[in-house]
Design a protein around this ligand. Structure first.
Ligand SMILES: *Cc1c(COP(=O)(O)O)cnc(C)c1O
Length: 384
C-alpha cells in the first residue's frame, strides 16, 4: 500500500555531520548519539546502523523502551545509556543487557544496587548531579549520603559516568546560568574525587554546549540535534559562524527530506472560497493542487495560508486552511503540473529548498518539535 508521503534520510549528509562533530570534539572524546524521540523523528532503527557505520558505539535514550530498540538494532554491541525514565520493574532486563542509566535520586540508586546484588552483576550507572537545570539530579546536600552509598556498594556498581545537563546552552541569555552550572559540576567532581570516587567518563555537553562552550567537552558528549544536521538555535550557528573555515561555512547537513505528490488539480474562479470556511477567497482565476498531507501528518494548522512547498522546482504557497489530511497549494503560475508530480515539503527540488528552520519561523515550532512530531507511520527510507 502506498502512503501519502514519505521521508528520506540521507546517508551522505549523516557522514558529513559526524565528521564535523568528530573534528569539533577531537579524538579523545567519545560521541554518544542521542536517539530519544524516535531519533528526533528519523527512526531509531534507521539511525543506529547508520551511526555505527560512521564509527559511533554509544547511544543515549530517554527511556528504557527506546534503549531496548537501540539494543536490538545495534550490530556492534554499542553501549546504550538511559538518561531519563526507567521503572524499577524494568531494572532486571536493563541490568542483564548491560544498559547503563542515569541515577539521579536515591530510590533508583538503591533499587539498582538491590537488583545488582540479586542478579550478581554490576549496575552501570551515571550519577547525575543537580547544577541548576532543576529537573533531575542529586543535590549538593545529598553528597555525603551519596558518597557513602557509592563507596559501600563498590562491588555492585560500575561507575560509568558523572553527568549533568545544561539549562539553555543554546542562547546567550542563559550565559550566567550555564557558567554557574559548569562551576557547580566541577565542585561535585572535586568533592567526589577527594572521597576516592572516580568515574569512567565525565560528561555534560549536549549539541549547543559542545558548539558554544568547548570547555564542556569532556570524556563524552551527548549529541542529538546537531547529528541530524540542525543547529540547536540560529544563535548557536551565528556564534559558531565566525570560527568556521571559509570553505565550510555550513558544516551541518539536514538528513531529512519529506515528500509527497499531487493528488488532484482543480481550477477555481475568482471570488470563490478555497477549502473550509472563508479563510481564503481566490483573488483571481486560479489553479490549485491538493497535496495529501495535513495536521494529522504533522503539518501544522498554523501553516494555513502561509506554508510553502516545492512543485516543479518552484516555491508554491498553501491557500486556505490546513485540514487533517490535506492542503491546497496555488499552482496558477506553474505550467503542466499533474496528478502524481512530486511535492517537497522539506528538502530540495532543483534550485529551491524548504528547510526545517523555515517551519520554525512561521509556526514558532523549534527544530526539535517539528521533527519529533512527524508521525511514526510515515515511511522512512535511507538514501545515499
Ligand atoms: C536531549 C538531551 C541531550 C541532547 O540534546 P541536543 O540539544 O539535541 O544535542 C543531551 N543530554 C540530555 C540529558 C538530553 O536530555
Amino acid at each position: 500500500m502506498q502512503h501519502t508521503s514519505f521521508i528520506e534520510i540521507s546517508k551522505s549528509a549523516y557522514k558529513k555531520n559526524i565528521d564535523f562533530l568528530k573534528s569539533e570534539v577531537g579524538d579523545k572524546t567519545e560521541i554518544s548519539i542521542v536517539v530519544k524521540g524516535n531519533a528526533y523523528g528519523h527512526g531509531i532503527e534507521n539511525i543506529v546502523p547508520l551511526a555505527e557505520e560512521n564509527g559511533i558505539r554509544h547511544f543515549s535514550t530517554f527511556s528504557s523502551d527506546e534503549a531496548l530498540r537501540v539494543y536490538n538494532s545495534s550490530l556492534h554491541n554499542s553501549q546504550v545509556m538511559i538518561m531519563g525514565m526507567l521503572e524499577n520493574s524494568d531494572l532486571e532486563e536493563i541490568l542483564l543487557k548491560e544498559i547503563s542509566f542515569f541515577a539521579f535520586e536515591f530510590d533508583r540508586l538503591e533499587a539498582a544496587i538491590a537488583m545488582a546484588k540479586k542478579l550478581n552483576v554490576k549496575a552501570k550507572i551515571h550519577i547525575e548531579v543537580e547544577t541548576g537545570f532543576h529537573r533531575t539530579g542529586f543535590e549538593w546536600d545529598d553528597r555525603e549520603w551519596l558518597g557513602k552509598i557509592l563507596k559501600e556498594n563498590r562491588e555492585h556498581l560500575e561507575l560509568k559516568g558523572l553527568c549533568t545537563h545544561y539549562a539553555g546552552a543554546e542562547s546567550i541569555s542563559n550565559y550566567v546560568r550555564v557558567r554557574k552550572q559548569i562551576k557547580e559540576y566541577s565542585k561535585f567532581k572535586k568533592w567526589l574525587t577527594a572521597e576516592g570516587i572516580k568515574f569512567e567518563k565525565y560528561h555534560t555537553a549536549c549539541s549547543a554546549a559542545t558548539l558554544s562552550y568547548p570547555e564542556t567537552i569532556m570524556d563524552l558528549v551527548r549529541i542529538g540535534i546537531a547529528s541530524y544536521g540542525l543547529w540547536p538555535t540560529m544563535e548557536t550557528y551565528m556564534y559558531k559562524f565566525q570560527t568556521l573555515p571559509e570553505q565550510n561555512k555550513n558544516p551541518l547537513k539536514r538528513l531529512i527530506s519529506w515528500k509527497s505528490s499531487v493528488m488532484n488539480t482543480k481550477t477555481v474562479k475568482m471570488g470563490d472560497f478555497i477549502g473550509y470556511g472563508s479563510s481564503y477567497m481566490a483573488p483571481r482565476d486560479m489553479t490549485i493542487a491538493l497535496v495529501p498531507i495535513g495536521y494529522g501528518h504533522g503539518y501544522s494548522r498554523l501553516l494555513s495560508n502561509q506554508g510553502k512547498v516545492l512543485i516543479g522546482g518552484k516555491i508554491v504557497t498553501v491557500v486556505g486552511t490546513v485540514t487533517m489530511n490535506s492542503i491546497a497549494v496555488d499552482i496558477t503560475d506553474l505550467e503542466g503540473t499533474q496528478k502524481g508530480d512530486e511535492v517537497v515539503i522539506i528538502g530540495k527540488q532543483e534550485d529551491n529548498e524548504i528547510t526545517v528552520a523555515s517551519f520554525g519561523e512561521s509556526t514558532q515550532q523549534v527544530n526539535y518539535e517539528l521533527l519529533t512530531r512527524l508521525p511514526l507511520d510515515i515511511p522512512r527510507r535511507v538514501v545515499e
